[in-house]
Design a protein around this ligand. Sequence first.
Ligand code: ZN
Ligand code: ZN
Ligand code: ZN
Length: 375
Amino acid sequence: MTGSTPAPFTADDYRARMERAARSAAEAGLAGLLVAPGPDLVWLTGYAPTAITERLTLLVLAPGRAPVLVVPTLEAPDAAKAAGAPALNLRDWTDGKDPYAATAALLDSTGRFGVSDNAWAMHLLGLQRTLPGTTYAALTEALPMLRAVKDAAELELMAAAGAAADATFEEIRKVPFGGRKESEVGADLAGLLRRFGHSQVDFTIVASGPNGADPHHEVGERVIEQGDMVVLDFGGLKDGYGSDTSRTVHVGEPTDEERRVHDLVRAAQEAGFRAVRPGVACQEVDRAARAVIVDAGYGEYFIHRTGHGIGVTTHEPPYMIEGEQQSLVPGMCFSVEPGVYLPGRFGVRIEDIVTVTEDGGRRLNNTDRELVVVD
Ligand code: ZN
Ligand code: ZN
Ligand code: ZN
């Protein structure tokens, strides 16, 4: 999260989020929330320390009490500049003092607390040692909906990030692929994402030919050849909110089989998208997309879940996966990204970010989903 530009929200926005989070914690039977630097802290306060270090920084939210950010003395001036700082109290601790004792003074000594998923184990263990009567739950398990449902202002930022990713695809399809290294096309993608307003590039996958069969191949030194399928998957953060889209292009004219597999993935992506509406379980999106691929006999080649949530990070709950019974709620944003991966040969993935509306899904990526032929 370091280096990301926080979103353009005011202290009042952050105050409202912290109040809502504290209320939700109380409703979930928690004595409070403990939030370490990372996406939850960014979302609640706008504070992203320039470096996440071993020194304890922790937001303490407890129902009925003002929020407190425990922060190392040397980082307090920086924290005081965060957009949400006017909505909280800073409590600094100096090197040589016990940060867990300082934090414990703010906590109910027998409570159960929600802890942000990415808090360091050493800090949680330090608190537990200081307050042996406390217990802890992972924040995304205790309050899975805290960041998942976006408000209107957040949805606008998500749409703008999606539009910037679309603009990136419209430009990348014009560059030469054949004869260049994956890493060179990847650098083009990163440059375009930045040109269209991203402050952080999280991934630029350029997976050509057989590399396309590995869903998380990033980029390598392979030289892209005529006849290659190339999976492009790129995204990052623009004004604090994420983009993530995939398109698969072909260098020169594709074979019938390549077209057929691409059409299949496109139909699966469409089916997943059409399954999106309020009240439907996340797993139904996965089932709808997967059924198309299974029915065509390619089920064993679709080797990952259909999608993941996105917001102030590019991968987060909820997950579109068999077994996830969480219902879709208007304002949720997630990817629908089925793929087929033929080992040693090629892969195809098509991915859009979709948001849930009252009437169904709305795509935040709208570039061509037909197989695009590149040079
Ligand atoms: Zn080919
Ligand atoms: Zn992606
Ligand atoms: Zn994705």
